[in-house]
Write a protein that binds this ligand. Structure first.
Ligand SMILES: Nc1nc2c(c(=O)[nH]1)N[C@H]1C(S)=C(S)[C@@H](COP(=O)(O)OP(=O)(O)OC[C@H]3O[C@@H](n4cnc5c(N)ncnc54)[C@H](O)[C@@H]3O)O[C@H]1N2
Ligand code: MOO
Length: 302
């Protein structure tokens, strides 16, 4: 067919033998896929800094692009500190608890595109943290994430042994008040997160995840935040920005609501309640109470 004013879809014509048009398209040009309709030559299909999932790689392939430039995954070591920590499933004596932060952080690191190169637990006494930094360096780590041992008690192994490289500060957030950060002699980023499991999870979201994404050249570093009403009241500490694990009720698609994931409110040791959380409600430092119906900023994790 040399001159083709429009095309007739298969279902509207007999296709075997003689072609008989049953219903001709009304508009000239109907059903013709024109050059440049999807993307013009030279158009940007994938801006730098976006993650390459199946849809993005397929778009590149469809444009005839066989190779794209990517950054390598940041290599991360996760180090728990505390002599009370025991492998999950061990018989516990008084004063011991199951070690769970390395499981949490290993998963969050992977979800943030990092590659876990070391996972260790070190004791409260001795030189465990600096030895862990040396091991992380040997394993090629770009980042070490410590949990525990950063506040002001008698045994604070990260604070006591890594002061040459790290600074320790109190941040006006709850949980996650005590924080440490620094850079090792070999340029490894050192994060010192508080040991309580919810504190560690929130601190990862606020400080570590954006850094891991930035190391990958990602341009969008923040989780999506939506404003939705609270379905129940809760309290929030004044003077500290609260990050409260919440469940998002999506049963009414026109009106999602948020409620605390744990019954006891906001507490940094509720590792079990964290399993129910799909998001963190972010309550400004100057607000000490959220009432049912109040709009709250909710950072979606899933
Ligand atoms: N004098 C002060 N004391 C405390 C302050 C303060 O500002 N001044 N802040 C409190 C706050 S808030 C927090 S949070 C904690 C954080 O303390 P650390 O980071 O030193 O954490 P640890 O004492 O080592 O652990 C706290 C808690 O979490 C448990 N934990 C630790 N690691 C793990 C792990 N890998 N898996 C599971 N559970 C873990 C640990 O056993 C403790 O129960 O400091 C307050 N004190
Ligand atoms: O600030 Mo701490 O992290 O609440 O328990």
């Amino acid at each position: 067919m040399r001159s083709c004013p429009s095309k007739t879809p298969q279902g509207l014509a007999d296709s075997l033998g003689t072609i008989r048009v049953l219903r001709a398209p009304t508009a000239a040009g109907a059903h013709i896929r024109r050059r440049g309709e999807d993307a013009l030559a030279g158009a940007e299909l994938l801006p730098a800094g976006v993650p390459l999932g199946a849809l993005q790689l397929a778009a590149a392939a469809a444009a005839g692009v066989a190779e794209v430039t990517v950054t390598r995954a940041p290599r991360v070591a996760v180090v728990s500190t505390g002599s009370e920590l025991m492998p999950p499933g061990s018989a516990l004596r008084r004063g011991q608890i199951p070690e769970s932060n390395s499981e949490l952080l290993a998963g969050l690191v992977a979800e943030a595109g990092g590659e876990l190169v070391l996972r260790a637990t070190v004791a409260d006494d001795g030189d465990g943290p600096p030895r862990a930094v040396a091991d992380a360096h040997a394993a090629g780590a770009d980042v070490v994430v410590f949990t525990g041992g950063v506040s002001a008690g008698a045994y604070e192994p990260v604070k006591n042994t890594l002061g040459a490289w790290m600074e320790f500060a109190r941040v006006a957030m709850q949980p996650g008040k005590p924080q440490g950060f620094g850079v090792s002699e070999h340029g490894i980023l050192l994060f010192g997160l508080p040991g309580n499991p919810v504190s560690a999870a929130v601190s990862f979201e606020v400080f570590v995840r954006p850094a891991l994404l930035a190391l990958q050249g990602r341009t969008e570093l923040d989780r999506p935040v939506i404003l939705i009403p609270a379905s129940v009241p809760w309290s929030s500490p004044t003077g500290r920005r609260q990050y409260l694990p919440v469940v998002v009720d999506r049963s009414d698609p026109a009106r999602w609501t948020a409620r605390p994931a744990t019954h006891g409110g906001s507490a940094s040791h509720f590792a079990g309640g964290l399993a129910r959380a799909e998001a963190f409600a972010i309550v400004p430092a100057e607000v000490d109470r959220v009432d049912a119906g109040d709009l709250v900023a909710v950072m979606l994790m899933a």
